[in-house]
Design a protein around this ligand. Sequence first.
Ligand code: ACO
Length: 461
Amino acid sequence: ANNVGVLAMDIYFPPTCVQQEALEAHDGASKGKYTIGLGQDCLGFCTEVEDVISMSLTVVSSLLEKYNVDPKQIGRLEVGSETVIDKSKSIKTFLMQIFEKCGNTDIEGVDSTNACYGGTAALFNCVNWVESSSWDGRYGLVVCTDSAVYAEGPARPTGGAAAIAMLIGPDAPIAFESKFRGSHMSHAYDFYKPNLASEYPVIPFPFYIDSLFFVVDGKLSQTCYLMALDSCYKTFCAKYEKSTGKQFSLSDAAYFVFHSPYNKLVQKSFARLVFNDSVRKASSIDEATKEKLAPFSTLSGDESYQNRDLEKVSQQVAKPLFDAKVQPTTLIPKQVGNMYTASLYAAFASLLHNKNSELAGKRVILFSYGSGLTATMFSLQLHEGQKPFSLSNIATVMNVPSKLKSRHEFSPEKFIETMHLMEHRYGAKDFVTSKDCSLLAPGTYYLTEVDHMYRRFYAKK
Ligand code: ACO
């Protein structure tokens, strides 16, 4: 199979959200901390009638319907998620309800989990399957679904929720350049969920620990992310150069898409790539940039992650390139928040929405990061494709502006009330939900009941 990649995409996020500006004021944070400091506009969240299973049921049935794909044509279904509802039964098996109904139970694949990286693992599995000798000619389907919720405190505004579905096959408008991939995997405790009774992660950073920790580690999850980014970029460039005989630079891709825990980290990440190119003396760096970054070129790796001046100067000089190559990818992550496994693909969906008519013939680089930690940088080549599997049709089907516009804003008080209810509901049994689906769009699945045996029941609006 040639040009294997993404044929079709759809995205779902809850219709309920809270404005970061309102949350900021409510939390007593200084004005601009969440909107400028973190770079976030709005936060989407599930109410008691939605969860990662209902969102994935919604997005899968919507994709099949809107692209007119027969469920019998799916031969592999892979789910990426870090939201644990059951320690054994996969989310994939819930989705089988859609396929069993049509007489298709011959579908490989289960769930992949490692923080925000599970969606990428699922995507690679599907692409590799279509490229392999075990491919039976049918489509692969990837689902990334997560609800990111944090305990009260500084991390709470970085929550979010969404599900994304991607149809995988040959001759795709979004094709993998599988030769160009750089990964970095190592053991770190930067963000993890050891408390199985709680949905909230543990994030060791100075606020939670003590001043000594601050001196030694700073913001650990941010540093781990940036170190993994550097390492992936180095490996990616080396593989590119080995294969093409040419040095890779930021000029060789039209857009860069990052996993987005919050927008500020995406700004810092791209600045870090500019710094990398400057140290590598790559062709993307002009004289003025070279001069401004020169004083930092002798810093050791560790020093460079802690250096606030470097952070500031590199973000400054990267700004024009950031606006051209990254800004168009930031819409949904800024409007919905961190969607964990779906974040990177929601950023990519933002690019398709903003630039679909200009993307044919362009290369796009994606950086996937999951704490713990696992990271990969990989490359896509875009082609217009043919309807229904064309870039413009994907943008039309996803209909991002209308999904964003039709959301309902909750007050911070109501958001916090919802978080409290969800804390009680997590891992609970023997309850029925309000079944209030008045805010949900027609076609949305919702949770109606969890019975005395923890079995979950859903209905479709
Ligand atoms: N106006 C403008 N900017 C402000 C203001 C203000 N009034 N107040 C603060 N800021 C800036 C700060 O300068 C800082 O920006 P900088 O880093 O560029 O200097 C930023 O806002 C954040 O403020 P801090 O006080 O440094 O950090 P805080 O204690 O609020 O914590 C953090 C922020 C660390 C991002 C926290 O929200 C968090 O831990 N979130 C979870 C992130 C995470 O770990 N996600 C998972 C990672 S990978 C994955 O997705 C699994």
